[in-house]
Design a protein around this ligand. Structure first.
Ligand code: SF4
Length: 347
């Protein structure tokens, strides 16, 4: 299933028209017959319909805002990178446990920024400041950047920018599969292209509006063939009925596809894995049930261990012995299917 993002409505900041990309996009959406209206700020959008949390959320996910990013710096992004690279905000997917749900609020409309050259100029400055060290940037800290790539071309531009940068590295993660436009980008091995994977029952039940794991695995094979450093985030990991078999099948199928697509001389040494067991905060649970009142997500506090967090709120994680069992399972299976791959962490 292809999940092309076609917004229902588009807003633009008038200053976005000062940039060629802003002008082109406004014209393009008008020609597509989509409602296009000006807005005073990409941070304050009124005019997204809906009387309930569920409808407001759904309508926001179909709303695209074309804006200019004005801040002269980037937020830090520890521990995975030094800085966020803000190309896009939000995404049209509707994962019940989206990691952006708390930060983006009740109307997570999708934003793209048209002043890409200025944004990459900030990246250049930050790289210079850290010389001779290498500076890492994360492109998915505020979004899944792939679904709007067809409109903005921002990822390709960023990938080629880092291809030319000796001391800058880029990474991002996606659940989406429209990767063909990125396969010929001159990445020079400086961008790590990661896919977020989960077993089919989890994707089907909780990751609404995103491609199946099979489609993501096929896309990852294309990315590998294109010579990118590749990685997988398996998250969130649930202990659903038969979880070992489901996750083993997922890793087995991934390995089969990668072996088929790998360029000659490739070894799993160049592959990374990140594993994240499911966790939730009380606030996230309330938000999720506000938007998805019939959610079947396992979020029973009594079954979990409460762990205090560093920002004053705690989260509910699996019991320590369950986490230990999951960790042993994933480390063993990863080693079995990808003997040399680097497991960055299991949490
Ligand atoms: S694909 Fe990623 S960013 Fe988009 S809704 Fe799902 S978790 Fe959130």
């Amino acid at each position: 299933m292809s999940l092309e993002f076609i917004p229902t409505r588009v807003f633009y900041e008038p200053s976005a028209l000062d940039y060629p990309l802003g002008k082109t996009l406004v014209e393009k959406f008008r020609q597509m017959g989509i409602s296009v209206s000006p807005t005073s700020s990409h941070n304050r959008i009124t005019g997204i319909p809906g009387n309930t949390a569920t409808t407001q959320y759904r309508e926001a996910k179909r709303t695209l805002v074309i804006g200019v990013r004005r801040s002269g710096t980037f937020q830090s992004c520890k521990p995975s990178a030094h800085y966020q690279l803000p190309l896009v905000t939000s995404c049209p997917g509707m994962c019940e446990y989206c990691y952006l749900a708390t930060t983006l609020g009740k109307k997570p409309y999708v934003r793209i920024y048209v002043n890409l050259e200025e944004i990459l100029g900030i990246a250049s400055k930050l790289i210079l400041e850290r010389l001779p060290e290498i500076t890492q940037f994360e492109g998915a800290a505020t979004s899944d950047p792939v679904p709007v790539e067809r409109y903005s071309g921002a990822l390709k531009q960023a990938i080629e920018f880092f291809g030319r940068e000796t001391n800058g590295r880029f990474r991002f993660v996606t659940k989406f599969t429209e990767v063909d436009g990125l396969l010929h980008a001159k990445h020079e091995g400086h961008t790590r292209f990661r896919f977020s994977l989960n077993c089919s029952e989890v994707v089907k039940n909780y990751e609404h509006g995103t491609p199946s794991p099979e489609e993501r695995i096929i896309a990852s094979g294309k990315v590998l063939k294109a010579g990118y450093p590749l990685g997988f985030i398996i998250a969130p990991i649930f202990r659903l009925e038969g979880w070992q078999d489901s996750y083993r099948r997922l890793l087995e199928r991934t390995s089969e596809e990668l072996v088929k697509r790998a360029p000659s001389g490739w070894s799993s040494e160049q592959l990374t894995f990140e594993f994240i067991s499911h966790r939730f905060t009380s606030r996230a649970k309330t938000n999720i049930l506000g938007v998805f009142p019939n959610s079947s997500l396992p979020m029973e506090e009594a079954e979990r261990k409460f762990k205090y967090g560093q920002f004053g709120y705690g989260k509910y994680i699996y019991q320590p012995e369950e986490i230990m069992e999951m960790k042993e399972f994933f480390l063993k299976e990863a080693k079995g299917y990808f003997p040399l791959a680097q497991v960055e962490y299991f949490i």
